[in-house]
Design a protein around this ligand. Structure first.
Ligand SMILES: C[S@@+](CC[C@H](N)C(=O)[O-])C[C@H]1O[C@@H](n2cnc3c(N)ncnc32)[C@H](O)[C@@H]1O
Length: 246
């Protein structure tokens, strides 16, 4: 069976990159959607953090490095509907990591709901948007009835479609693709918490991008047109990595 190290993305592990970025940016508030075992969250040092997951399976202490951590056992949709004011009371979000349900229409809601709670100089990171195998992008995780291939366990779903969606509907956002292992990291800056474009156009966008092919050929065609930056290079030169500073 192929190992995760077979990924073409050989940059820093996404968890190490995010932890460094949070420190470099001196983030005061952090939100993670999709916490699972808490390993990524436990590496984050920040005064105030929020974590959301309908099915926590914590194996580590997620409070490490934090003065305050609030955990919400629920879907992100319910969290944003019922608990947004608790986030607001801690101030605008400086940093978010979106790693919940791996279907693009869920992620699209996570993006616009998170941006609304963010500061203009906040940064939103998104996991799993640089897939490289046809099996990992299937909309159903481990489709019943077929023999799992080497990447069956590394399910990214079709969240990669968030990149063309944002590039088309929110050209004002800065989108940076980073080669973090194993399935890449997307960074969004130049946030506009007052923007309602993605929410207003939600149904049209979902219909349009649901019709977009989701197979290896579509992936290759799309990523041929994209620039992917080196995580190592960004970390080595934070002081001059303007998109990651502002
Ligand atoms: C890939 S895991 C997260 C891993 C974690 N961020 C890390 O890097 O260590 C995805 C998690 O998303 C959670 N999830 C699934 N649907 C969700 C939803 N609608 N809202 C929030 N989280 C969801 C799952 O329960 C699962 O624990």
């Amino acid at each position: 069976m192929a190992q995760i190290t077979d990924s073409p993305y050989t940059g820093l592990l996404y968890q190490d990159f995010i932890a460094r970025l949070v420190l470099e940016r001196e983030a005061r508030t952090y939100l993670e959607i999709g916490v699972q075992n808490g390993i990524n969250l436990s590496k984050i040092s920040v005064p105030s953090a929020f974590g959301v997951d309908p099915g926590f399976a914590l194996t580590v202490d997620p409070t490490a490095g934090k003065e305050s951590l609030r955990l919400y056992r629920m879907t992100s949709d319910r969290f944003f509907r019922d608990h947004a004011d608790e986030v607001r009371s801690a101030g605008p979000l400086d940093f978010a990591f979106l790693d919940g349900m791996h279907l693009f229409e869920y992620l699209l809601r996570d993006v616009y709901n998170t941006e609304r709670l963010s500061g203009r100089s906040g940064l939103i990171t998104i996991h799993d948007c640089l897939p490289f195998d046809g099996e990992m992008i299937e909309r159903q995780n481990n489709t019943p009835g077929r023999t799992p291939g080497p990447w069956a366990a590394a399910w990214t779903g079709d969240v990669w479609k968030i990149i063309p969606i944002i590039q088309k509907y929110r050209p004002d956002l800065r989108v940076i693709l980073v080669d973090c292992a194993p399935t890449g990291l997307v960074c969004l800056t130049n946030l506009d918490p007052s923007s309602t474009v993605l929410e207003d156009r939600y149904l049209d966008i979902v219909a349009e991008f649901h019709a977009m092919p989701n197979d290896r050929a579509a992936l290759e065609a799309f990523f041929d047109s994209q620039q992917i930056v080196s995580a190592e290079a960004v970390v080595a030169n934070f002081g001059h990595s303007l998109p990651f500073r502002i």
